[in-house]
Design a binder for this molecule. Structure first.
Ligand code: ADP
Ligand code: ZN
Ligand code: ZN
Length: 818
């Protein structure tokens, strides 16, 4: 008898590969275990067993595996099913899914680069012989390929040694240029040194009689210190003394109080006694919960449509708690984890160390640890929270899937394959587990709302903010008139300036939104009209004043700002348009005494960038925060009372069928940051076109109106949710070849699908990093079998690939493109 396994290799192969194994190995191996296998002339890969069987491959001789890497399956049967669904639906290979689904540490292969972990002092005596040899080799040469190590050890089977060294933290992989997650600094407060004695304190309280709020804070701190004997957090003092962060800050500035910081680890939750008990829901939340249960009882994914600050998170928390009580696992997906430390700490306060965060920025060990805990269904990782890749965790018994901010486009993976939509992929995962599935948003995607209306999803809503705080008052300001009459101060209307002044005078904070970073998107010569372009991409270079650079936002190409026009030589360079940097600078001139912060890709790129800015804003060290759409994502700042949209027009004019839906969502979400907890907030939207339908809908909170209008248009032009769309992108460095190839392919598509094919067309930015791009859209009517359509496309691709001059043209599928 001979035995074989089919394995998934982590590369884009259409078919699974077959290897031969011994009878003993056949007895031992199970689907989901890893094996090291030879591939091609000299490569070694980590492959995943899919099936053990006895049928030899028809067209090649099966090679033997090098060895087995796992004792138990690392990947579950449900995951494998899910991966095959992803590969088929999103038109990629299951190997590509494998590669992106597991932590890199699981995928050692011949090309992997290995380094010594400098942050770890290994005790040489604890190492086994082969481990020591690797360790020593890395002392002499700082970086080694797996195959080089194989030569040093004079054996092929070295992946187990390396896996052991990884487990022991002694080596790391080169791809791991992640940012180590940094411990969070918690801010505490105590009495200033000068006021420690009782006399001094009494003296102080007498001088503070004219400042009753301040003396209240001092007294409260004194009491807290006497009763709890624990360090006092600034936030605790704020609540206990019923005061504000601003008052506490004043006292710190006067050295009456002293602030100090202590590190707490944000990954490993530090138990601080008992968990906070759940909040009881208000009547609207209860009502929504009832409707959610109706959806769940019908086994439907259910949409929770709750306005900003309606308390959706507390509803999620209730469901999570139930899920935990029935001993099942919960998955909580968010669009962007880096921005949601607020939410994570909220969940940790309720559920303690049951909350595990899975994030690509975590170190390999942390990711592997979460993976193993989830696989073993440990209490430690019963609740997994993360951005899209968290859905790849090896859930043993998933009971609940929550997809928060389900409308966010960042749920769609753009590059590389699999180009999956995390919302839809998580729904499929939830169904495989028969889990409850909840989507939440204040501004649902047209797709999800459509599904709720047509009965495919359940539906629940909360139309009021928690505590009955009114929705912000939104005012539209026509800047076309004002610009013409030269009544703008920089990019600020008088109305916006007035409101900023008033807000600051009330000790409240301001958020200003401009969806462009840098100083100005275009630099232009006023003499000849020339504007500097990126040599590698088809875009203008963005002017960054702070760095005195022109930069390409697509490929990072940059040059120093030229002194004169490179075309005509005149020193008449001017800028067009404006970005966050310019807003920040104008604010600094208009309000010299006010602290302005900026949150965009440029200021958050460095380590812990987000954290620093968010914390500084939370603690009111920043009065006005200027930022791009990063500001929109679920942040809960208590003291923000004014939101200003500098210019709504660039959003509205974006050339995409989703532009209006997006604008509605983005503007509503940013507006939702205003006046969340106490009084009604104010929003000023500046626009050249304030009568635009979408702006009206935003200002009146008319989601329904926006939805109807968008749906009508999508019906007219056959866009989702009425039709499905597959986008095919062709990519090549040779312009003519790309054109020819795209034409050839599209002809085939037209023969198969007729009028449902659009293009080929160049996208707005038609060259990136010296590669030309051309797109074709295929609209597939609902009801037409998707599988058949994809097979036809694949057939056309086969004939296409057989034409030698097109072989180097890349064909990229994007199913349900966003
Ligand atoms: P959303 O996610 O809908 O924008 P949040 O869940 O962040 O809203 O809730 C907004 C604010 O209201 C938060 O500060 C939250 O703590 C508070 N809140 C919501 N529900 C309750 C409740 N049932 N009891 C007490 N506070 C609540
Ligand atoms: Zn010029
Ligand atoms: Zn470029």
């Amino acid at each position: 008898m001979s035995y074989f396994i089919n394995v998934i290799l982590p590369i884009p192969l259409e078919k699974l590969f077959t290897y031969s194994i011994s009878e003993a190995e056949a007895d031992f191996l199970q689907p989901g275990m890893r094996v090291a296998v030879p591939f091609g002339k000299s490569k070694i890969y980590t492959a995943l067993v899919h099936e053990v069987h006895q049928t030899p491959p028809a067209v090649y001789d099966a090679k033997e595996i090098h060895q087995i890497l796992d004792e138990i399956p690392l990947v579950t049967a449900t995951q494998l099913k899910h991966w095959f669904w992803i590969a088929e639906y999103y038109m990629c290979s299951v190997g590509e899914v494998f590669r992106s689904a597991v932590p890199n540490a699981f995928l050692l292969e011949s090309e992997t680069l290995i380094l010594k972990n400098k942050n770890f002092n290994a005790d040489e005596n604890e190492l086994l012989d082969d481990e020591f040899l690797v360790f020593e080799a890395l002392e002499h040469q700082s970086i080694l390929r797996v195959q080089e190590i194989s030569a040093i050890l004079e054996k092929k089977n070295i992946l187990p040694v390396l896996n052991r060294l990884l487990d022991k933290n002694i080596i790391i992989l080169k791809e791991e240029v992640y940012e180590q997650y940094k411990p969070k600094m918690v801010r505490y407060v105590r009495m200033g040194k000068a006021y420690l004695s009782e006399e001094k304190l009494e003296e102080l309280l007498t001088t503070l009689t004219r400042a009753p709020k301040q003396s209240q804070v001092v007294l409260t701190l004194f009491q807290l210190q006497a009763t709890t004997k624990k360090p006092i957090k600034v936030s605790e003092l704020e609540v206990a003394s019923k005061s504000s962060a601003a008052i506490i800050k004043t006292l710190i500035d006067k050295a009456i109080l002293e602030e100090y910081f202590v590190q707490t680890d944000r990954v490993v939750y530090v138990e601080d006694g008992d968990n906070e008990s759940l909040k009881s829901l208000n009547e609207y939340q209860e009502e929504a919960l009832k409707d959610i249960r109706i959806g769940f009882d019908k086994k439907l994914p259910t949409l929770l449509h709750g306005v900003t600050s309606s308390g959706k998170t507390e509803v999620y928390v209730k469901l999570i708690e139930e899920c935990i009580r029935s001993n099942k696992q919960a998955l909580y997906l968010l669009p962007e984890i880096a921005l949601t430390t607020q939410l994570i700490s909220r969940l940790q306060e309720y559920f303690g160390e049951k909350v595990a965060v899975y994030h690509s920025k975590y170190s390999v060990q942390e990711r592997v640890e979460v993976w193993n805990n989830v696989l073993a269904n440990k209490a430690k990782a019963q609740i997994v929270i993360g951005a899209r890749s968290a859905l790849f965790m090896p859930f043993a018994d998933l009971g609940l899937v929550i997809i928060d901010e389900e409308h966010e486009s960042s749920f769609k993976q753009y590059d590389p394959a699999p180009r999956y939509h995390a919302r839809d992929t998580a729904i499929v995962l939830g169904k495989l587990h028969k889990a409850k599935i909840l989507l939440g948003s204040a501004t649902p995607s047209v797709e999800s709302y459509y599904n709720a209306q047509s009965g495919k999803y359940g539906y629940a809503s909360i139309l009021r903010r928690f505590g009955n705080v009114l929705m912000p008052d939104i005012e539209l300001v026509d800047i076309k008139e004002l610009t013409r009459k030269k009544r703008m101060k920089g990019h600020f209307s008088e109305r916006l300036l007035e409101e900023i002044k008033e807000t600051l005078e009330n000790g409240e904070q301001v958020i200003l939104f401009q969806n462009r970073r840098g100083y100005a998107p275009i630099m232009e010569c006023t003499t000849c009209g020339h504007s500097p372009q990126c040599p590698n991409c088809d875009v203008s270079l963005t002017y960054h004043q702070h760095k005195k650079q022109l930069r390409c936002h697509y490929c990072s190409y940059n040059i120093a700002v030229p002194l004169a026009c490179e075309a005509c030589g005149s020193a008449t360079l001017d800028t067009k348009g404006f970005g966050t940097e310019q807003v920040e600078q104008e604010l600094n001139n208009l309000f010299p005494d006010v602290k302005v912060g900026r949150m965009d890709l440029d200021t958050t790129r460095g380590k812990y960038g987000y954290e620093k800015i968010i914390t500084a804003f939370e603690q009111q060290e920043i009065d006005i925060l200027v930022g791009t759409q990063m500001l929109t994502k679920g942040l809960d700042f208590r003291n923000v009372n004014l939101v200003g949209i500098m210019n709504a027009d660039t959003l509205l004019n974006f050339p995409d069928f989703r532009a209006h839906e997006r604008s509605y969502q983005l503007l509503t979400q940013v507006s939702g940051r205003a006046g969340r907890t106490k009084k009604r907030g104010k929003v000023i939207i500046q626009s050249y076109n304030p009568y635009h339908q979408i702006l009206k809908q935003v200002s009146t909170g008319d989601y329904e109106g926006m939805f109807k209008e968008q749906l009508y248009e999508r019906q007219q032009y056959k866009y989702p949710p009425i039709n499905r769309i597959i986008k095919i992108t062709f990519k090549h460095k040779d312009y003519n070849k790309l054109n020819e190839a795209a034409e050839w392919f599209t002809k085939g598509l037209r023969n198969a699908f007729g009028i449902h094919v659009l293009g080929p067309e160049f996208p707005p930015v038609s060259r990136i990093r010296n590669q030309y791009l051309k797109n074709v859209l295929i609209k597939i009517p609902n009801g037409q079998a998707l599988g058949k359509t994809k097979n036809s496309i694949k057939r056309i691709e086969k004939s296409f690939n057989a034409i030698s001059q097109y072989a180097s043209v890349r064909v990229i599928y994007n199913v349900d493109y966003i």
